[in-house]
Design a protein around this ligand. Structure first.
Ligand code: PLP
Length: 358
């Protein structure tokens, strides 16, 4: 079966095998990682390795801290303005469902002035709006973007220049699949469950000078406290961190981000080519803003979309149904998704097209 699901996770086979082998007895400890104290030397090694590998893969500069937290990217929607923007202005770009949620969370915080400086809502979020310097208030705490909109399938190819205003990015659905430079951002955050590992872990990469001075009313949301506690203020999601470490090792063995980016370009390229040359299928998204990881597409009617999804599933092409808010189909091609699955989808699209007079 090929799983085109947008989430929670599609994990590499070798990683799942390794986790299975080590499930009952981690490196001779006669314990599962799940049973091990998070203060034990074995777990301390796991979390240190996970951080080291992520730093290498993303080339994270020394003046950034890496936090392994919980609560999903959604909790960061609130944590960010609370840590960075109290009594200040927070700027947002609205590119779809996930930016909207981030904006809504910031708007709930009374002493944060939330301002949406650009939006692609006028064209149903099918493009990334241009961000020019004149849109940016120089005294803002940050400019928030969603590097990849998982539902709409649009993605930043270039990170906007906001001058001295730090860019804060929700990178949940394309962290480690695009070659963004960490130094272009003040904060990067991501729910782990697409390219990193199972749900339960949230990664935050934050430039040190952006850590809050005053402590926050809620310790679990306090970036400085979490950084000072080395992500061990409370029990961290130990098993998810262990799985993330295995995924990072897998990715490093493959050749790291440059290599996976090439693979992702090939996978998405094959699918977009098939869509673009088809008389039956089309992509709703502006060509230069297309996502590598989430590819929405449509036939000529919602009835035919349904038939396609049903018939595809019978061929082992699972979870191609688009998000309920946009309809149609969506193929999610995260790092662990194999090329052979994309080929199978493209072949099936051609068959379906012929059967429907294409
Ligand atoms: N942001 C983006 C871009 C997402 O794709 C998702 C989930 O799919 C989220 C945020 C929410 O993440 P979480 O479920 O970890 O809160």
């Amino acid at each position: 079966v090929y799983n085109f699901s947008a989430g929670p996770a599609v994990l590499p086979g070798p990683v799942l095998k390794k986790a299975q082998e080590e499930l009952l007895d981690y490196q001779g400890s006669e314990m599962s990682v799940m049973e091990m104290s998070h203060r034990s030397s074995l777990f301390e090694e796991i979390i240190a390795d996970a951080e080291k590998l992520l730093r290498e893969l993303m080339e994270i500069p020394k003046n950034y801290r890496v936090l392994f937290l919980q609560g999903g990217a959604s909790l960061q929607f609130s944590a960010l303005p609370l840590n960075l923007a109290q009594n200040k202005k927070a700027l947002y770009v609205n590119t779809g469902s996930w930016s909207k949620k981030a904006i809504a969370a910031a708007q709930k915080i009374e002493n944060v002035e939330t301002k949406v400086i650009a939006s692609s809502e006028d064209k149903n979020f099918t493009y990334i709006p241009e961000i020019t310097q004149d849109l940016i208030d120089e005294d803002a705490a940050y400019l928030h973007i969603t590097t990849n909109e998982t539902i709409g399938g649009i993605c930043y190819q270039e990170i906007p220049d906001a001058g001295d205003v730090p860019i804060v990015a929700d990178m949940s659905s394309n962290i480690l699949s695009n070659d963004y430079q960490v130094s272009d951002f003040g904060v990067i955050y991501a729910g782990a469950q697409k390219n990193i590992g199972p749900a339960g872990l949230t990664v935050v990469v934050i430039r040190e000078d952006l850590l809050n001075e005053a402590s926050l009313f809620a310790p679990m949301l306090d970036y400085r406290l979490q950084a000072d506690s080395h992500s061990m203020y409370n029990t961290p999601p130990t098993f998810s961190i262990y799985m993330a470490k295995l995924v990072f090792e897998w990715l490093q063995d493959l050749g790291g981000v440059p290599q996976i980016l090439q693979e992702n370009q090939k996978k998405a390229g094959l699918l977009y080519e098939a869509i673009d040359r088809s008389p039956l299928f089309h992509s709703p998204v502006n060509k230069q803003d297309r996502s590598l990881t989430n590819v929405p597409f449509l036939t000529t009617s919602s009835q035919l979309d349904k038939e396609f999804i049903y018939a595809a599933q019978k061929q082992g092409l699972e979870n191609l149904k688009g998000h309920r808010s946009v309809g149609g189909m969506r193929a999610s091609l995260y790092n662990a998704f194999p090329m052979v699955g994309v080929r199978k989808l493209v072949d099936f699209m051609e068959e379906f097209e012929k059967a429907h007079g294409g």
